[in-house]
Design a protein around this ligand. Structure first.
Ligand SMILES: Cc1cc2nc3c(=O)[nH]c(=O)nc-3n(C[C@H](O)[C@H](O)[C@H](O)COP(=O)(O)OP(=O)(O)OC[C@H]3O[C@@H](n4cnc5c(N)ncnc54)[C@H](O)[C@@H]3O)c2cc1C
Ligand SMILES: NC(=O)c1ccc[n+]([C@@H]2O[C@H](COP(=O)([O-])OP(=O)(O)OC[C@H]3O[C@@H](n4cnc5c(N)ncnc54)[C@H](O)[C@@H]3O)[C@@H](O)[C@H]2O)c1
Length: 451
């Protein structure tokens, strides 16, 4: 290659925000390399969404059997933690090799190590410099540094997904996605005490308060201690255990556990990149990107959790990466990122889902809308599976009939929320949704009654 460049493009980070960009560029005949310091696959496939939901798949069996007990199903569900983890590994173990083989077939050079810029067109990986015309940064996020004494005693979500056995007493620091999803797994897997310590006044503050109240109730019923207004201030060793200290309006308290998990938020993983050397601007919210996903250095793009862009979710990362690749290959900003309504689900049992505006945000924006809020334990879909916690809140604009937001809890949520997202993206009105014919009985067939 001329001008001393080894590559047309080096992609830093082999997760959702990186792999696709490397593939698209290689398919156009570009000379491409991809680097990761961990096995290829990124957070979602190896340490996040997918392994987590393999475990949820097992706990769904427990939940279903317990719910149907006395209703014709005779089962004594119990989780074998080691077997459950082995089941998870049947998915995760094969992934890095499969991704690397795909890159090899596409002619992409696969590098291992930590990349750090030394100049706008050069990165150093384990002491060796590599020059490229372009870079794409997709280095993801990491657990936030909390700045509290003893935080080194916290294990991360990645560590949780590798625990050899279910802890007897487990504490989650934080009350967001990770805390709730993992607390449900641990409680169903047989942990004796599971505690969630959430600093704010309620769990999952970005979700509808009426529905998070239902989830908090269901979580307590599962045996999880949920404390809100509990700001963790330190972790100390106590013999073989740990004391997690937290501040409450009633004064300081502590809870003793065998394992304490960091579930207190994630931040862009960009400190090690030496972005100043590349002329790439960033704030603590991440790498600054234009709507074309271009950074302040026009030869460098960024996408996913490391960028100061959409919410940190896998499909968002994939969408941003696609836009970055299109513009990179076109050598001009011909596409801009446009976020359709983005659904999000907390994979507890029952799951909690949300898309569009919250009730508070819709009011603040001055919309005139009806609120359809109902608990649905007496609906057929819940009765059929003996669900004890289900409900919805859907906001319908009065003048247009458009759906402004949909918030769901209960069985079927994770698919219903996607249907709402599609309906909202397509601009369907409540009447159009009511007029649709869905196979019956199904969770989708409840949609018409929610609007
Ligand atoms: C426990 C957990 C559960 C989650 N569950 C869900 C879910 O159910 N649904 C959902 O939509 N989202 C979920 N997420 C979020 C989702 O995983 C992320 O939004 C998504 O993986 C981000 O993809 P990415 O490509 O931007 O970053 P990542 O997938 O994190 O990839 C970044 C890669 O860059 C590498 N890297 C970092 N720095 C360097 C460097 N200097 N040199 C070389 N390599 C480097 C890392 O090793 C990593 O492999 C979850 C996250 C966690 C932690
Ligand atoms: N199902 C999904 O889509 C899914 C699942 C897991 C993770 N994720 C992604 O990963 C990110 C990180 O997840 P998370 O659960 O760590 O973060 P989160 O942002 O969902 O929740 C963190 C919570 O911890 C609280 N907190 C912070 N410091 C605290 C302290 N000292 N004491 C007590 N509480 C404290 C915060 O108030 C906040 O509500 C999510 O924001 C999301 O982007 C998504």
């Amino acid at each position: 290659m001329s001008d001393g460049f080894e590559f047309d493009l080096i992609v830093i980070g082999a997760g959702t925000g990186g792999n696709g960009v490397a593939r698209m560029a290689a398919a156009e005949g570009w000379k491409v390399a991809i680097v990761d310091r961990l096995p290829y696959g990124g957070t979602c496939a190896l340490r996040g969404c997918d392994p987590k939901k393999m475990l949820v798949g097992v706990t769904e069996g427990v939940e279903r059997a317990r719910a149907m007990d006395g209703k014709g199903l005779i089962a004594e569900p119990r989780i074998d933690w080691a077997e459950m983890m082995a089941f998870k590994r049947t998915f995760t173990d094969a992934m890095p090799g499969r991704i690397e083989a795909g890159h090899d077939r596409a002619g992409i050079a696969t590098l291992q190590g930590s990349a750090r810029f030394t100049a706008p067109d050069t990165v150093e990986i384990d002491g060796r410099a590599w020059r490229a015309r372009h870079f794409h940064i997709a280095t993801g996020a990491r657990p936030a540094t909390l700045g509290i004494p003893g935080e080194e005693h916290l294990i991360t979500s990645t560590d949780f997904l590798e625990l050899p056995e279910c802890p007897r007493r487990i504490v989650f620091v934080g009350g967001g996605y990770i805390a709730l999803e993992f607390a449900h797994i641990a409680a169903r897997a047989g942990a004796e005490t599971v505690t969630v310590l959430q600093r704010g006044p309620r769990i999952l503050p970005n979700f509808d308060p009426d529905l998070t109240a239902i989830l908090a109730e269901a979580t307590e019923a599962l045996g999880v201690d949920v404390h809100t207004g509990a700001a963790v201030s330190g972790i100390a060793r106590e013999g073989n255990a740990f004391a997690v200290q937290y501040e409450t309006p009633d004064g300081p308290k502590k809870v003793v556990c065998d394992v304490a998990v960091h579930a207190a938020g994630r931040v862009p993983n960009i400190e090690d990149l030496n972005l100043e050397a590349a002329g790439v601007d960033a704030t603590k919210r991440g790498i600054k990107v234009s709507p074309a996903m271009r950074t302040s250095n026009p030869a460098i793009f960024a996408a996913g959790d490391c960028a100061d862009s959409g919410p940190n979710l896998t499909p968002v990362s994939a969408n941003e990466a696609r836009i970055a690749a299109k513009n990179l290959l076109a050598n001009q900003d011909e596409r801009k990122i446009v976020y359709p309504p983005i659904p999000s689900t907390v994979f507890t049992l029952p799951p909690l889902g949300s898309v569009g505006l919250s009730e508070a945000a819709a009011k603040e924006a001055g919309h005139d809308f009806d609120v359809h809020f109902e608990r649905t334990e007496r609906w057929y879909s819940s009765i059929r599976v003996s669900a004890v916690a289900s409900g919805f809140k859907v906001l319908v604009e009065r003048e247009t009939g458009h759906i402004l937001g949909a918030h769901l809890i209960g069985p079927g949520t994770e698919e219903q929320i996607n249907l709402f997202a599609m309906a909202m993206g397509a601009g369907l009105t409540a009447n159009r949704i009511k007029a649709a014919i869905f196979a019956y009985p199904s969770y989708a067939s409840d949609l018409g009654s929610m609007v």
